[in-house]
Design a protein around this ligand. Structure first.
Ligand code: XBP
Ligand code: MG
Length: 256
């Protein structure tokens, strides 16, 4: 019977509903730069198929047939500069303190720490975004709760490529069979599954219409004792919310 030794947490959409703030930060930066580009919530749903902010901007311009502004001679460099400004705006939105962790996240993190189950971050976004989200929500020392944080800057290929998960497993020195990935998106699920990980999905407004073949359970949230988790597919019973014992059971069942 495999023992549960680590939880690998995605960030955007899983730890917190951050994608709306990302969207606003992209639009803010476009406006600051004098661009007539605007990402509506509907368009952003489509654009989320491309992971990584820089890759998303490039995709938008190439696929939507948008012209580069006349002064742009090096589109990749221009996108990187835009993305620096977008990240600064996103960080200031996080620091306003209006983006709470999703239900059950803090409880699960604390439970894992208390029970000696390692924690890791496995995300497409960058390290400053992760640090700030955690520090604003949980206090300065929360970043030290994680044995490792693998971000988009650490890999050549972002999700749905499994690199971010494989690197986390390598750094943790653990086998996939002893770990659970917690994700919110189809791209995240593909990455985790390709790394051999049992994966729990908690959807959010940006991913609720996606499909999750291969997830061991798909939930509306992790839930809380007084706030049951609505199950979209799979099985959580006899529990009404996700806790460490429940994750352990899911790991056993997934590997039977
Ligand atoms: C989700 C993403 C990210 C964010 C934007 O990451 O795809 O690209 O939308 O962040 P996660 P950046 O793996 O945490 O769900 O602009 O920093 O890329
Ligand atoms: Mg995500």
């Amino acid at each position: 019977m495999p023992e549960l030794k680590a939880l690998l947490f995605d960030v955007d959409g899983t730890l917190a509903d951050t994608e709306e703030a990302h969207r606003q930060a992209f639009n803010w930066m476009f406006q600051q730069s004098g661009l007539d580009w605007y990402w509506s919530p509907e368009l952003y749903l489509e654009l989320l198929k491309v992971t990584g902010g820089k890759e998303r901007i490039l995709h938008y311009v190439m696929r939507q047939g948008k012209p580069w502004p006349p002064h742009v001679t090096d589109p990749k460099r221009f996108v990187s500069e835009l993305h620096v400004g977008k990240t600064a705006r996103y960080l200031s939105l996080l620091k306003q303190g209006n983006i709470p962790l999703r239900p059950g996240v803090e409880r699960l993190l604390r439970e894992a720490r208390a029970r000696g189950v390692a924690l890791a971050i496995t995300t497409t976004t960058s390290l400053p975004n992760v640090h700030t989200l955690l520090q604003v929500a949980l206090g300065e020392e929360a970043t030290s709760w994680f044995a490792t944080m693998v971000t988009g800057e650490d890999v050549e290929h972002k999700k749905p490529d499994p690199q971010v998960y494989l690197k986390a497993l390598q750094r943790l020195n653990l086998r996939a069979a002893n770990c659970i990935a917690l994700e919110d998106s189809d791209n995240g699920l593909k990455a985790a599954r390709a790394a051999g990980l049992t994966t729990v999905i908690t959807v959010n407004p940006f991913t609720a219409l996606q499909r999750f073949p291969g997830a061991c359970v798909v939930l509306e949230s992790f839930g809380e004792p007084e706030q049951p988790a609505r199950v979209i597919s799979g099985e959580l019973l006899p529990r009404t919310y996700v806790d460490l014992d429940g994750l352990h059971d899911l790991l056993q069942k997934a590997q039977q």
